[in-house]
Design a protein around this ligand. Structure first.
Ligand code: NAD
Length: 478
């Protein structure tokens, strides 16, 4: 049974309690996990507090070297990590091998470099003073993540925090904790000192809430649902913790008639259905200029039909099951609502599974036409393979519909008119805008939300402001 990971060693929950994590492709129990609670969080935070001063004082060149070795160790364990990620989340093994694990390693390689490049400024103040700033780490950072990309989302929080000299306690998602535990073991083997990364598995309301309440945690770096984000922000106020929140989305993907229509339509399929649509930036509102609406719809519907969900361990599979029974029910509920509100379901709905995966939680790629911006499926985040196709007339109309959402995570624009592309990009309320492409990410490129999609940035230089604090020093020079 996988235990908690504290001080670079496995450890059972203090209470002895456990919970199970299922295989979403079969419904069978995959593993029993330690159900950490406040007592375990206390131990994990105390360990991270002990590790903090020596880690913060470690020569930045040494931190850089260790983080680079972490990246190499992740690549050396690529196959085992990919397999765990697929078994636990249901994502296709080919994606885990080519995206999740290599990008997790990339994140460590990228932030290794930052350990030696965190500089302050000299400030030209009035009077005879040398005034300068230094960037100091915050202390213990709690990372709380969801189940759709456990490894990659953990890395986005762990690597920059460690590069800047912080230590981390990670609370993985209850649906998919196995790869995070394996990651912690691999990083320890690569040379990360004890206490720099502790992992407490368990439930959000127990282990997660205890981290948010803990007085010795300096910051909560959270990725997950918008409602959970609100609750965490409220609870963090009691100890005046910093929070950064990467939350939900309902991203518009806008196709103009002057675009390379075939390429845009084909791309829209992946934009909506990659990772079973369990992707916060999924382009779930496909806004199509009226004159090309039918052409785009045809391509998207046949693309969805060709994408048959199947055994995620089969390298030919392009779509796996949804992560859990509860989530499966929720997504099917949205499909029932789409039908009831009068949208036209062109393709998709429940999928029975096959090849030994008949008990898995599958939903076929689902495309709705005749969707109006007011319908539930056009407004709420479904977090499954459900795409709404919405026609628009001109750029004003497109901007209005795109921005008429409480979310502001990402957006796509497809056009050959560069003036329109850039002027619309400036108007869209989204943390990331892709032009003639979609779902591009890089450890070097800042990423985060606007509006109810949260605040704070991950990746790139931007995240370093989130994991450090500025100290100003005044020196009298006369
Ligand atoms: P969730 O909010 O239910 O859970 C996320 C994490 O928060 C889990 O580890 C959970 O245990 C923990 N948690 C739950 N209640 C808590 C509490 N009271 N205190 C502390 N921690 C608590 O989200 P989910 O269903 O696992 O994930 C899906 C959501 O994540 C979607 O809304 C999706 O858009 C979002 N997401 C956002 C991004 C992004 O970068 N913006 C990326 C991936 C997923």
């Amino acid at each position: 049974m996988p235990d908690l990971w504290i001080d670079n060693a496995p450890r059972a929950a203090a209470s002895g309690a456990t919970f199970t994590t299922p295989n979403p492709a079969t419904g069978e129990v995959l593993a029993e996990l330690a159900r950490g609670d406040r007592a375990d969080v206390d131990l994990a935070v105390a360990s991270a507090r002990r590790a903090f001063p020596p880690w913060a004082r470690t020569d930045p060149n040494e931190r850089q070297r260790i983080l680079w070795k972490c990246g190499e160790a992740i690549l050396a364990n690529l196959e085992a990590l990919a397999r765990l990620e697929t078994l636990d989340t249901g994502k296709p093994i080919t994606n885990a091998r080519t995206i999740d694990v290599p990008r997790t390693a990339d994140t460590f390689f990228y932030f290794a470099g930052w350990a030696t490049k965190l500089t302050g400024e000299t400030i030209p103040v009035r009077g005879p003073f040398l005034t300068y700033t230094v960037r100091e780490p915050l202390g213990v950072i709690a990372a709380i993540i969801p189940w759709n990309f456990p490894l990659l989302l953990a890395a986005r929080k762990i690597a920059p925090a460690l590069a800047a000299g912080n230590t981390v306690v990670l609370k993985p998602p209850e649906e998919a904790s196995l790869s995070c535990l394996e990651l912690a073991r691999i990083l320890a083997e690569a040379g990360l000192p004890p206490g720099c990364l502790n992992v407490v598995t368990g439930h959000g309301e127990e282990a997660g809430a205890a981290l948010v309440a803990h007085p010795d945690v300096a910051k909560i770096s959270f990725t997950g649902g918008t409602d959970t984000g609100r609750l965490i922000m409220r609870n963090a106020a009691a100890t005046l913790k910093r929070v950064s929140l990467e939350l939900g989305g309902k991203s518009p993907n806008i196709v103009f008639q002057d675009a390379d229509v075939k390429s845009a339509a084909k791309n829209a399929i992946g934009a909506a259905f990659y990772n079973q649509g369990e992707l916060c930036t999924a382009g779930t509102r496909l806004l199509v200029q009226r004159s090309i609406h039918d052409e785009v719809l045809d391509i998207v519907v046949s693309g969805a039909r060709a994408m048959v969900p199947g055994d995620p361990l089969d390298p030919a599979t392009t779509m796996g099951p949804l992560v859990s029974e509860v989530h499966h029910r929720r997504v099917l509920g949205y499909i029932a609502q789409g039908d009831a509100e009068g949208a036209r379901r062109e393709v998709g709905g429940r999928h029975a599974g096959s090849n030994g995966c008949d008990q898995g939680w599958f939903v076929a790629p689902t495309v709705y036409s005749g969707v109006t911006p007011e319908m539930t499926i056009a407004r709420e985040e479904i977090f499954g393979p459900v795409l709404s196709v919405i026609p628009f007339d001109d750029v004003e109309d497109a901007a209005r519909i795109a921005n008429a959402s409480e979310f502001g995570l990402a957006a796509g624009i497809w056009t050959r008119d560069i003036t329109r592309a850039h002027s619309l990009a400036a108007r869209l309320q989204a943390g990331t805008v892709w032009i003639n492409t979609y779902n591009r990410f890089d450890a070097a490129s800042p990423y985060g939300g606007m509006k109810q999609s949260g605040f704070g940035r991950e990746n790139g230089r931007a995240v370093l402001d989130e994991v450090t604090q500025v100290k100003t020093v005044w020196v009298a020079t006369s």
